[in-house]
Design a binder for this molecule. Structure first.
Ligand code: ATP
Length: 136
């Protein structure tokens, strides 16, 4: 089992983000965080904003996603994300500004505010900040 691997491929409408052999991943599926190990049953699920953690040996790659779909089949995981950034690609100051904008809108609730849109922007920003900080 020790040498069992999963191939993970992450794409967005804009680019190919990563293709790599890993040992396991944890991903924010639409029903909650889901772990995928080698030998996982075939699966298609929606994704929500959050942090994907991909483990190989002692190291972990973290990536923020904003939603999309994942397919698991024959130890191949394909993540089709709306947006995806590896932790090292994230501009954390930009994410903090986005977080503050969204929090201000949700606090002040101006006339005509699209609350769901502001909440979604906040969740994207929080995922990016968490991917960089590594906090659970
Ligand atoms: P902002 O308000 O800062 O633009 P956003 O959540 O509205 O944030 P998205 O619409 O989710 O941004 O993403 C637009 C593009 O910018 C995508 O390619 C995404 O990967 C990239 N992106 C967004 N925020 C960051 C960030 N903090 N660091 C690096 N890339 C980012």
């Amino acid at each position: 089992m020790a040498d069992k691997r999963i191939t993970v491929e992450v794409v967005t409408p804009e680019r190919s983000v990563i293709e790599k052999e890993i040992e396991s991943l944890v991903i924010p599926a639409s029903e909650g965080y889901l772990g995928v190990l080698p030998g996982h049953a075939p699966l298609v699920t929606g994704l929500q904003p959050g942090v994907v953690r991909m483990k190989t040996g002692g190291s972990e790659d973290r990536m923020a996603i904003s939603g999309g779909f994942m397919e698991v089949m024959n130890d191949k995981v394909t993540i089709m994300a709306d947006t995806a950034e590896l932790a090292e690609e994230i501009d954390v100051e930009r994410a903090k500004r986005a977080k503050e904008r969204a929090e201000k809108r949700l606090r002040e609730r101006p006339e005509g505010l699209d609350v769901a849109r502001a909440e979604f922007a906040l969740r994207r920003a929080l995922a990016r900040i968490e991917a960089v900080s590594g906090d659970e």
